[in-house]
Design a protein around this ligand. Structure first.
Ligand SMILES: NC(=O)c1ccc[n+]([C@@H]2O[C@H](COP(=O)([O-])OP(=O)(O)OC[C@H]3O[C@@H](n4cnc5c(N)ncnc54)[C@H](O)[C@@H]3O)[C@@H](O)[C@H]2O)c1
Length: 445
């Protein structure tokens, strides 16, 4: 099948590569010339485990190519996946300018039947707007060429994106056209060999499904963060509570880990966009507004613990003269993505309070430098940054932090103080190892 994927970011590059891996001819299009030039040379613009090998193999075998030439790619393909960014606009709603711009180009350039697939996360009703944009261009050209618009939201997780795409929990296809549904089924069939996990529905329900999924996950996180904060105040242990409730099959064990709040390119913007969509139809989504407020507060829980233990009482710069070592910058492990990462809020707060910060991350230092510049120090060695620091704070749960050399940490730090935003260690073990340990929702000392 001839496929064009427009937007070669986290979603488009993974989707395009996986479609090529299953034998299709795929052209990935992006407006970013440097990105496209790099991809042509095998330089992968993001860190995603397993992606590089697949890109190299499929490009090498001629099934995957990269271009900035959208008109030619549209003409050459039957299916056009739109996978461009949908960042939040000023009012929180999803900004559709990239999606609609692509739709207009498709309308201007197509010469035969096309299936246009919205893979970007877009609000309910966007497929209609894409259809209108294409028809407007046809009208300008004085032509009428058949096409179909499909909603096919993406559910991959950064850090496990290849696996999620190749072995999805489900693939949602929103279309009201039987022929198009069959074609979509065909291109996803290589990923459904064990069992059929393709769910067909109407377009609006497919668009809503993506937002409902992310909003539900964000709600779970904020809920658990509030339970953790309450556990701390009431002398309960959130780790025990998590096991206790997770074993209820109606609740399940996933997504019940408290921490420093959710981040990334999806949950924050999708929660905001759904609240905004609700407002537009005069519905007050109070629950999701609270989810967002809780998340904003949760990002400051770690710095509040730090200030309570180490502040010198001065109002302006209570952490002046203190140095903190940070483990983990990306919004979650196994990605270099820093979009909306809690580390940004936490580090900025520490800097505001007068502290100095040195950070380690296995993959995100390059991205972090774009945000913090030389306001903080960086190292590729997780122990080096501990030398003479007042405390260690853990923000992202990379696996290399799970079983570190505690003796070495203690020797290098000025004080054996560990603020753990991800509850990586057992409080009892930490106390036996001589640490003052501050986890989330557990009694550390
Ligand atoms: N990142 C995720 O984990 C994830 C998961 C599921 C869904 N999504 C959704 O998928 C969409 C894309 O997300 P992403 O993280 O891949 O974004 P991204 O920012 O990594 O990639 C978007 C790409 O689109 C390109 N682009 C913008 N305008 C273009 C145009 N007119 N023509 C061609 N290319 C253009 C950009 O240069 C960029 O490379 C968003 O709607 C997002 O919400 C993301």
């Amino acid at each position: 099948m001839k496929i064009c994927v427009i937007g070669a970011g986290y979603v488009g590059l993974v989707a395009g590569t996986c479609f090529a891996e299953s034998g299709n001819d795929v052209i990935c299009v992006d407006v970013n010339e440097d990105k496209v030039e790099g991809l042509k040379k095998g330089i992968i613009p993001i860190y995603e485990p397993g992606l590089k090998e697949l890109v190299l193999r499929n490009s090498g075998e001629g099934r995957l190519s990269f271009t900035t030439d959208l008109p030619s790619a549209v003409k050459a393909s039957l299916i056009n996946f739109i996978a461009v960014g949908t960042p939040p606009g000023e009012d929180g709603s999803a900004d559709l300018k990239h999606v609609l711009e692509v739709a207009r180009v498709i309308g201007r350039e197509m010469e035969s039947f096309k299936i246009i697939v919205d893979k970007s996360t877009v609000p309910v009703g966007t497929a209609d707007r894409v259809r209108e944009a294409v028809i407007e261009e046809h009208d300008k050209r004085g032509v009428s060429i058949e096409f179909d618009v499909v909603s096919n939201p993406e559910f991959l997780k950064e850090g496990a994106a290849i696996d999620d795409f190749m072995k999805p929990d489900r693939v949602v296809i929103g279309t009201d056209n039987v022929r198009t549904a069959e074609i979509m089924k065909e291109i996803y069939s290589p990923f459904m060999r064990k069992s059929n996990r393709l769910i067909s529905m109407d377009i609006r329900s497919a668009e809503m499904t993506k937002y409902a999924a992310n909003a539900m996950l964000a709600t779970k996180i904020s809920f658990m963060n509030q339970i953790a904060n309450l556990c701390e105040r009431m002398g309960a242990d959130v780790a025990a509570v998590r096991e206790g409730i997770g074993s209820d099959s109606r609740i399940g064990h996933d997504f019940l880990f408290p921490g420093v709040g959710y981040g990334g390119s999806c949950f924050p913007k999708d929660v905001k966009a759904l609240v905004k969509s609700a407002e537009e139809c005069d519905y007050d989504f109070v629950l999701l507004k609270a989810v967002e407020t809780v998340n904003e507060r949760q990002k400051l829980v770690l710095t509040e613990k730090i200030a309570a233990r180490l502040a010198d009482g001065s109002v302006a710069k209570p952490l002046a003269g203190r140095t903190f070592a940070i483990w983990g910058l990306s919004f979650k492990p196994r990605t270099d993505d820093m979009r909306e990462a809690p580390s940004v809020v936490i580090i900025n707060r520490l800097l505001e309070m007068g502290a100095q910060v040195r950070a380690h991350d296995p993959e995100a230092i390059c991205e972090a430098t774009k945000i913090f510049g030389d306001r903080i120090g960086y190292s590729n060695n997780q122990y080096e940054i501990l030398k003479g620091a007042d405390a260690l704070a853990i923000i992202t749960e990379w696996s290399e932090y799970r079983n570190p050399d505690f003796e070495k940490i203690k020797t290098l730090l000025k004080h054996p103080l560990l603020f753990d935003g991800r509850n990586l260690y057992e409080p009892r073990r930490m106390s036996l190892a001589g640490f003052e340990y501050f986890p989330i929702g557990r009694n550390g000392n």
